[in-house]
Write a protein that binds this ligand. Structure first.
Ligand code: KG4
Ligand code: ZN
Length: 337
């Protein structure tokens, strides 16, 4: 790819409960600002209407902070990228309207970015970057997919969850233990001092390269209900380590199968659950065992962020893939461009 320079892009992410903005100059990240909405903690999940209002409050200061940190004036921008979908419709519309208005006012191109593609392309923010093709296990709060990545925007889903996403399973299991939202990182935290063999939970195995997490969630619910009320608090680290190991093993066994099926040794990880320390550790072990070339984004680029949106917008700019002002947000996974 012949790099177009100079090229300064502002990117905006607002698909769920993070309001984020990033500035990228000639493919190098200059700033990455995120405001995580704490308002949802008391509700056990994201409340869409509250999320929309929070995005409205934070988007202008977050964009200003990203420009300031990058020491870039808005008049120096060449394009605006934003998350088009999938995600929550209200939050997506805030980012869409903001990006459109700014691109219109500055008379510069607008670029719509697919959120899951952006997660995959987070693997290109730092060196070393993977070469094509590669296999990417994409694991977030809304998605769990085995993606065959042929090019920046040529991605094929080889398998995906048939029910809950693995991040959703982490969060619902955390909720069953009385932990606050989002619980995935709390399970990771408490598991650090726990014994992963203390309790056993039945992993769900379904055919091909698909996943299913609703069964393990139900099994965990029955486990908690069968115990006295103080049991979870008294055994929290061991329970967290055991359920985390079960969920991670379910992901790893599918990844081994996918690598064998496709005869691929370049393996990448993406999405919020890629921040899980046990998953990162297990993948390093597997890479060693199977001779994989492993790519895992830095922690800051795993959970929702605008750096990954900027990366995707950068490559779209080079394709000349620009949106016009009629571009609509899409809340559901639906298409995969
Ligand atoms: O990618 P992301 O920020 O948002 C979506 O696109 O869904 O992913 C959020 C998910 C949540 O379910 C959260 O609990 C999970 O990622 N997560 C983790 C960890 N950090 C975030 N799950 C397990 N261990 C973690 N350390
Ligand atoms: Zn995400």
């Amino acid at each position: 790819m012949q790099a177009i320079e100079p090229l300064t892009i502002l990117a905006i992410e607002s698909s769920c409960d993070e309001t984020a903005a990033a500035v990228m100059h000639n493919g190098m990240l200059k700033s990455n600002v995120i405001v995580s909405q704490l308002i949802h903690q008391g509700y056990g999940g994201v409340v869409p209407e509250l999320a929309s209002r929070e995005h409205q409050i934070h988007i202008t200061p977050v964009v200003s902070a990203a420009l300031e940190e990058a020491q870039v004036k808005k008049e120096a921008l060449h394009a605006i990228g934003f998350t088009q979908g999938p995600g929550l419709l209200g939050p997506l519309l805030i980012g869409n309207c903001f990006a459109k208005s700014l691109a219109f006012a500055l008379n510069i191109p607008l670029i719509g970015v697919h959120h899951i593609q952006a997660h995959v392309l987070a693997n290109f923010i730092d060196e070393p970057k993977p070469t094509f093709p590669f296999l990417c296990l994409t694991v977030s709060g809304g998605h769990t997919q085995m993606v065959w990545v042929k090019d920046y925007f040529d991605m094929e889903v080889l398998g995906q969850t048939q029910d809950d996403a693995v991040g959703e399973a982490f969060d619902k299991i955390a909720k069953l233990m009385g932990l606050s939202y989002p619980g995935g990182c709390l399970i990771d935290h408490y598991a650090q001092t726990g014994n992963a063999h203390a309790f056993s939970f039945p992993p769900t195995h379904i055919p091909a390269l698909d996943f299913s997490f609703s069964g393990i969630k139900a099994a965990f619910s029955r486990f908690v209900q069968s115990k006295p009320s103080s049991f979870v608090a008294e055994n929290l680290p061991d329970i967290c380590a055991s359920i985390q190991a079960t969920l991670v093993d379910m992901l790893c066994s599918k990844l081994i199968k996918a690598a064998k099926t496709t005869n691929m040794h370049r393996i990448a990880l993406a999405g919020g659950v890629a921040a899980n320390s046990y998953l990162r550790k297990q993948l390093a072990v597997l890479a060693n065992q199977y001779g994989w070339e492993l790519f895992i984004p830095a922690m800051a680029y795993c959970t929702d962020n605008a750096a990954m949106v900027a990366m995707a917008a950068y490559y779209k700019y080079h394709k000349g893939d620009f949106a016009d002002l009629s571009i609509r947000s899409f809340p559901r996974m639906g298409f995969y461009p």
